[in-house]
Design a protein around this ligand. Structure first.
Ligand SMILES: [Cu+2]
Length: 146
């Protein structure tokens, strides 16, 4: 009975030490990721965050989402510079329908957006993306992806 108790206590100490070691490792990788330049965000889930970084070490910045309003027959940000992986959401504020349509190619190809409808697109390749509104070709916009 006494020996069994000693063995159980010993096992608990070993398991506890192992868990503490892993916790230290997690904290270390978290600090490294901050040094890599990850923009400060919510760090509520330390375990989840370090797991994600461990699986995708090539990802060094958090993707961002940008909003562009279409108002008075105009794209409110006529030129916007973003990073690869970022998402842009266009929202039509006019009563007239508009589109987001690439000048060349088919990267941007929205349906007709009626009032308060949105179109979103995630850019995964660096480049300059010129676009217009199909029924109003004088409405112009440009997304620069770094
Ligand atoms: Cu339009």
């Amino acid at each position: 009975m006494n020996k069994l108790t000693v063995i159980i206590v010993a096992l608990l100490v070993i398991v506890g030490g192992f868990l503490f070691y892993n916790l230290s490792q997690s904290n270390n990788s978290d600090i490294v990721s901050l040094d890599d330049g990850i923009s400060a965000g919510n760090s509520g889930e330390v375990f989840g965050e370090s797991e994600m970084i461990a699986e995708t070490p090539e990802q060094t910045t958090n993707p961002k989402t940008y909003a562009i309003e279409i108002k008075s027959f105009s794209f409110q940000n006529q030129e916007l510079t973003i990073n690869s992986g970022d998402t842009v959401i266009w929202t039509n504020m006019d009563s007239v329908s508009h589109t987001i349509t690439s000048d060349s190619g088919s990267e941007l190809n929205s349906n007709y957006l009626s009032k308060s409808q949105s179109y979103s697109h995630t850019f995964t390749q660096a480049g300059t993306y010129d676009y217009h509104c199909a029924p109003h070709p004088y409405m112009k916009g440009k997304i620069i992806v770094n």
